[in-house]
Design a protein around this ligand. Structure first.
Ligand SMILES: NC(=O)c1ccc[n+]([C@@H]2O[C@H](COP(=O)([O-])OP(=O)(O)OC[C@H]3O[C@@H](n4cnc5c(N)ncnc54)[C@H](OP(=O)(O)O)[C@@H]3O)[C@@H](O)[C@H]2O)c1
Length: 347
């Protein structure tokens, strides 16, 4: 259906419009091979299975991830296979390896993309940056995307709770004439609450910007800046953490999620309202140049190149752990660990 977001009309697909029964009908003759069992793999594969689709998992053996798939109930030789075998058996190949892993596996996947199959992504990365990734799908397969807007962990959790994360969907190539039905059916099948339309390029550029920006990078940057100023002015770690993070995650963001920023403001003290209304614009103006620099770095492919270079290294996981450790051991997040323990529900 068409829906207006502000003054802009967009295509949206809801579960009412495209019910699960219809999705099952569309995909009744398909074997959905979920390749990779990292974060998105388990969420999508388990939701599809619980929704009654014919799903198999492809995962390299001899890795802890294989054991995780077995522990989740996938049976070796029946529903769990080595990657190449799964590529051969699947009619829809859900390419859910890490973006760097996709480059390494591409020659194998390509070999098994016989006419009429579908190649499915959850990120526009591989195809959009094809000069860097080498991922150029053959012309006689559908190339589609469903990108859940959140972690695979949330996708599964919300599904189990009877809720649904929203996802974007896109069609890069419609070789069979069936790509739209296939992609929407898969979107509903993996447990999306609703689906909004995009294309591969817009998906990847907005996603890379968002995660580097307000969703993950900018938010940590703003937390750190405020925490440091409070500490430099003699505030205790607990006070600085509570005023920077805890109140936001525990009290205010749920209100924003429920009814928007104005509603959250309206439910705070008049003193807080005055200050927030005065200060949000200076913060916007101070950070906008950084967002412009970030978007440019995404658009020119610099961010993609950096990700490929660092994530393709064999010691990627160790290096990542060192960087995460630095965050975890910072005073702000150490204070956070104590504050979390003090929450009544954790006692
Ligand atoms: N993370 C999210 O919640 C999220 C959200 C939206 C979209 N996405 C997109 O979903 C896709 C999957 O992301 P993800 O975060 O789920 O990935 P991930 O957790 O990093 O995926 C790891 C999977 O890829 C396999 N793998 C990595 N390199 C490999 C290689 N060289 N050969 C064979 N297997 C390899 C891993 O196997 P081993 O464990 O054996 O290494 C594991 O099964 C990506 O396109 C991502 O952008 C992710």
């Amino acid at each position: 259906m068409k829906l207006k977001f502000g003054n802009v009309e967009e295509n949206v697909v809801t579960r009412e419009e495209f019910p699960l029964e219809k999705a099952r009908e569309v995909l009744k003759n398909e074997v959905i091979a979920v390749l990779g069992y990292g974060v998105q793999g388990p969420g999508q594969a388990l939701n599809l299975k619980d929704n009654g689709f014919n799903v198999i998992v492809g995962q390299r053996k001899g890795s802890k991830t294989w054991d995780k798939a077995v522990a989740d109930g996938w049976v070796p030789g029946e529903t769990l296979f080595e990657l190449e075998e799964a590529c051969e058996k699947g009619t829809i190949l859900q390419f859910l390896l890490s973006d760097a892993g996709q480059i390494a596996l591409w020659p194998t996947v390509k070999k098994h993309l016989t006419p009429g199959k579908a190649l499915y992504f959850s990120h526009g990365f591989g195809v959009t940056y094809k000069e860097k990734t080498g991922i150029v799908p053959p012309a006689d397969v559908d190339v589609i995307l469903v990108a859940p807007k959140g972690s695979g962990t949330s996708l599964r959790r919300m599904f189990v709770e009877g809720r649904g994360l929203n996802s974007s969907y896109a069609i890069y190539q419609d070789a069979t004439g069936n790509a739209k039905d296939r992609v929407v059916a898969l979107g509903i099948g993996v447990g999306s609450g609703y689906l909004f339309e995009t294309d591969f390029y817009r998906e990847v550029t907005s996603d890379l910007t968002g995660e580097r920006g307000t969703l993950m990078g900018a938010i940590q940057g703003i937390f750190a800046a405020q925490y440091e100023v409070l500490r430099a002015n003699g505030h205790t770690p607990s006070e600085a953490f509570n005023e920077t993070v805890e109140e936001l995650t525990q009290s205010l963001m749920p209100l924003v999620a429920e009814n928007g920023m104005d509603w959250m403001y309206a439910n705070c003290s008049t003193t807080a309202q005055r200050g927030a209304l005065d200060w949000w614009k200076p913060f916007r103006d101070a950070t906008k140049p950084v967002f412009e620099e970030l978007y440019d770095s995404v658009k020119t492919g610099k961010e993609a190149q950096k990700s490929i270079d660092s994530n393709s290294k064999t010691d990627y996981r160790e290096k990542l752990e060192e960087e995460l450790k630095e965050l975890r051991e910072s005073e702000m997040w150490q204070a956070g660990a104590v504050v979390r323990q003090l929450r009544p529900e954790n006692n």
